[in-house]
Structure formats: structure tokens, C-alpha cells
Design a protein around this ligand. Structure first.
Ligand code: FAD
Length: 437
């Protein structure tokens, strides 16, 4: 059974129970374990970029929106080494050694001429044209390491017109603007009770090509996931004596209950599963990249690095074994020229979404928004690089046609970790709702 994006909006008739069982009992615990390792917990990000689209009112000042960056000595030296961020395979280590010996970027004279040339050539390698996402300049003094475990995604109190402006821009400006419907994503409370706006929007969406529908569903799935997290780690009590975080069933119900959302909630949850399948598919496909003997999860502690690489490969093997994979072959399958144009449209639209993240006023939301859009951008890059991944050179002397930076790797796994946690949280909410009845 493949989950195919053809036909109507709800065409992804995959078996939710199979996904739940696979995720909750097999994948989720392994992934959580890996994400606690040093390689994955430190993410370098620039949270100070100005919003390129409008003058941002100011920073929200909400207490729970604050992000605590790491002091330099908290981050393992191996992660901080400059060449580490660019190359993940053997080139990484070789360049690093070269740089250490020659101080600042020269290539080791003891290497053969071809290797030296190849390394110099790789150092110029830039996959900008294949990226679906803006990558922060890690060398910028504004970029800082953040410990993701100490800054968890949870309720922050960020809401109202500022938050809606972001979501509206994402949907209206980037989801291939529906010209017949002016404001398809007005907050639910603003909608007419007949749900007419929603109906118009979905009939517009159904008339769109498969790729644009798929794109909308990815964004909607991400939106659903963020809202599940804030409902699952809600600030239940905040006073002098205690601060309590936990599940807020009422909040969850208001966002996802079929009756309270005029049928939209369950569709949004289906979009979450759709996103899950797409991300899982990318993990399954990228296995050969991580299997390269020259690839290291380099933190400077060889024993640990080796153990974590093994754990990572087990997770990717597990992703490969999942029986209900998403079939991305139905995407961009038409006329070659048209497909290339559509792919480029989608790439540019997604690139724009990643820029909108710099307009999010709440720093904590910006951090996780940036990480998750970068992760999804990496997923798209993987899905559309199948040939390059298969053609990865076995020898480190050849220029690889597919690369992932550390930032892309960390965002890929952490973004999937968020979606996987959302699927797990749905199980918790289901049991709590059942208890209430
Ligand atoms: P919103 O979630 O703001 O949604 C606006 C409108 O979009 C809704 O009324 C509905 O019409 C439509 N909509 C809602 N969900 C979907 C969906 N899944 N698919 C399609 N349409 C939908 N808050 C936190 O507390 N913690 C966070 O970590 C956090 N991270 C955020 C990250 C980003 C990038 C953004 C933009 C916001 C974040 N927020 C976070 C805010 C949060 O997402 C909501 O915006 C906020 O809680 C207000 O919710 P709301 O009920 O007004 O509807």
C-alpha cells in the first residue's frame, strides 16, 4: 500500500493505526535517544536576522519566548571546528586535518595532486541551487549554538494578530495564492458559521495539481504539529510556588475537535500524518549517504560518535522497513519541462517560507520554526536528489554530487523528532479524551 497523492484532498488513505504502532512502539523511543546525543542537541542558528518582508513590531517580550544560547565551552570542540560544518564525509576529516596543519584553510601538501585538487574543488562546492530553504550563515557572529534540550518547544503564549500574520503569509503568499478566495485562512472564530470560506478554500484546493496540494498539506501538517506541542506542554500553573507544564485537553479539543472546528481539525491531523510519511520516506532514501564509511557524526569523542552513528543507521533501516511508504513518483511525473518549472516554483515558495520565519516575534517559536522548516527543506532536497544519492562515490577522491551540512542533518532529524512526538502525543490525547467520556 502506497500513500499516493492523486485524486481528492483526502486521498492519502493510509492506515493510521499502522503508522501509530510503527511510530509509537518502534521508532519514537530510538529517535528520542539519538536526539539526546551531543551531535543532535546543539543547533547553530541566527535568531537575530531582520524580517525581510515587513517591519516587525518588536520582540514579543513574553517570558516563555526567551531562548538561552550556549556559552562556547558547553559545545564539544569537535562540533565547533569550522570545517566540520561544511563536509560530512571523509572530505570533512581530511580538510580538518589539512586546516589544522596549515592553519586556516590551506590544503595539506602531503596529499596527492588529485586529492588536493578535489578537496579544493569541494571547498567551493555550493548546493544553493538545490536548496529548498535558506541556511543561516554559521560564520556570522550573530549565529549561536542553542541546546535544544534546554529550550524545548512548548506553549509560549505567542498568539493573536502577529502569529496570524505569519500563518496567513505562509498560506496566502506561498501556497500558490488562491485567486478566487481572498482570505482562505481567517482564524476559525472569524469564519461564518456556515463554514462557507472553508468550503470555498477546499474546493479551490481540490482543483489544484497534485504538487500544490501536497505542498499545502505539508505546511498544514507542520502547523498542526506545532499546535499539538503547545497543547501537550501547556503552562497549566504559574505562580510563586510552582510552574507546571502538561497536557491541556481543552486546548487540544478547541483546535482539533471535528465539531468545534467545522470539520477542519481532523483534516489537519491527516495532514500531520501526510507530513510524517513524507519525512519518513526521505529518511529511508538518504540511508546510502549515512552509510558511507567516511561519514562520521563527529563530536571529537570517537567511541560515542561510533555508537551514535550505529543508532542512526538502525533508525534509517527501520524507516526503510516501513510498509506504507509515500509514493513520491506521482509528483512531478508529467511533462519534463513543466515538472521542472513546478519543482522550481515549489522550491522558491518553500525558500520564502523559511525567510518568513525571521519575522516570528517570539524567539522560541522562531527557533523551532526555523529548525522545522530547515528540516522539511532538507527532506525535499533529499526526495528530489534520488539519483545523486544513488550515485554517491565510494572513493573519497571524487567530488560527491550530494552533500548535507551538519546544520541540515541536525534539523532533519530534530524536525522528524517533532513530528514523531506529535504522533505519540495524539495517542496520549486520545486516551485522555476517552477517560473524559
Ligand atoms: P493559529 O494556530 O494561529 O491559526 C490561525 C488560523 O489558521 C486558524 O484559525 C485556522 O483557520 C488556520 N489553521 C490552524 N491550524 C491549521 C492547520 N493545521 N492547517 C491549516 N490551517 C490551520 N505557540 C506556542 O505556544 N508555542 C510555540 O512553540 C509556537 N510556535 C510557533 C511557530 C510559528 C512559526 C508560528 C507562526 C506560531 C507559533 N506559535 C507557537 C503560535 C501558535 O501556532 C498559534 O498561532 C497561537 O497559539 C494562536 O492560535 P490560534 O488558535 O489563534 O490559531
Amino acid at each position: 500500500c502506497f500513500c499516493q497523492v492523486t485524486g481528492n484532498l483526502d486521498d492519502c488513505a493510509c492506515d493510521v493505526e499502522t503508522i501509530d504502532h510503527f511510530n509509537n512502539d518502534q521508532l519514537f523511543p530510538k529517535l528520542q535517544n539519538l536526539l539526546e546525543s551531543d551531535y543532535f542537541r546543539f543547533y547553530k542558528v541566527n535568531l537575530n536576522k531582520p524580517c525581510p518582508f515587513w517591519t516587525s513590531s518588536s520582540h514579543c517580550g513574553l517570558r516563555h519566548c526567551a531562548v538561552k544560547p550556549c556559552s562556547p565551552n558547553e559545545v564539544p570542540e569537535g562540533i565547533r571546528s569550522p570545517s566540520h560544518n561544511k563536509y560530512s564525509a571523509d572530505a570533512n576529516k581530511q580538510l580538518e586535518e589539512c586546516e589544522k596543519e596549515q592553519h586556516l584553510g590551506a590544503v595539506d601538501v602531503s596529499l596527492s595532486d588529485e586529492t588536493r585538487e578535489a578537496l579544493l574543488d569541494w571547498s567551493k562546492y555550493d548546493d544553493e541551487a538545490e536548496r529548498f530553504c535558506v541556511v543561516d550563515d554559521e560564520a556570522s557572529p550573530d549565529s549561536q549554538y542553542v541546546d535544544l534540550l534546554l529550550n524545548p518547544e512548548r506553549f509560549t503564549g505567542y498568539k493573536g494578530p502577529e502569529a496570524w500574520q505569519i500563518w496567513n503569509s505562509i498560506y496566502e503568499e506561498n501556497c500558490f495564492k488562491p485567486y478566487t478566495v481572498k482570505r482562505p485562512l481567517l482564524p476559525d472564530s472569524f469564519r461564518s458559521s456556515s463554514g462557507g470560506e472553508a468550503r470555498k478554500f477546499y474546493s479551490w484546493l481540490d482543483g489544484q495539481c497534485v504538487e500544490k496540494r501536497a505542498f499545502y498539506r505539508l505546511v498544514s501538517g507542520l502547523h498542526a504539529s506545532i499546535n499539538i506541542h503547545l497543547s501537550a506542554r501547556y503552562l497549566l500553573d504559574d505562580n510563586w510556588f510552582q510552574r507546571e507544564w502538561g497536557h491541556n485537553v481543552t486546548e487540544f479539543r478547541q483546535r482539533f475537535d471535528s465539531e468545534l472546528t467545522a470539520g477542519e481539525g481532523p483534516k489537519r491531523l491527516r495532514n500531520l500524518y501526510f507530513l510524517y510519511l513524507i519525512e519518513l520516506r526521505a529518511l529511508a532514501k538518504v540511508l546510502p549517504f549515512f552509510q558511507q564509511p567516511s561519514f562520521h557524526l563527529y563530536t571529537g569523542r570517537p567511541e560515542e560518535d561510533k555508537k551514535h552513528k550505529e543508532q542512526l543507521l538502525q533508525i534509517l533501516q527501520l524507516a526503510r522497513s516501513f510498509p506504507l511508504h509515500f509514493d513520491e513518483r506521482s509528483l512531478f511525473a508529467g511533462d519534463e519541462k513543466e515538472a521542472a518549472k513546478l519543482k522550481e516554483d515549489i522550491r522558491l515558495a518553500f525558500l520564502n517560507i523559511s525567510k518568513i520565519m525571521d519575522c516570528v516575534d517570539c524567539f522560541k517559536c522562531r527557533l523551532w520554526g526555523k529548525l522545522q522548516t530547515q528540516g522539511l527543506g532538507t527532506v525535499l532536497k533529499i526526495l528530489f536528489s534520488e539519483r545523486q544519492i544513488e550515485a554517491l562515490p565510494m572513493s573519497s577522491n571524487q567530488r560527491p554530487s550530494f552533500q548535507l551540512s551538519r546544520q541540515e542533518i541536525v534539523s532533519l532529524f530534530n524536525a522528524f523528532g517533532r513530528i514523531s512526538t506529535s504522533v505519540r502525543e495524539l495517542k496520549n490525547f486520545r486516551s485522555m479524551l476517552a477517560e473524559e467520556r
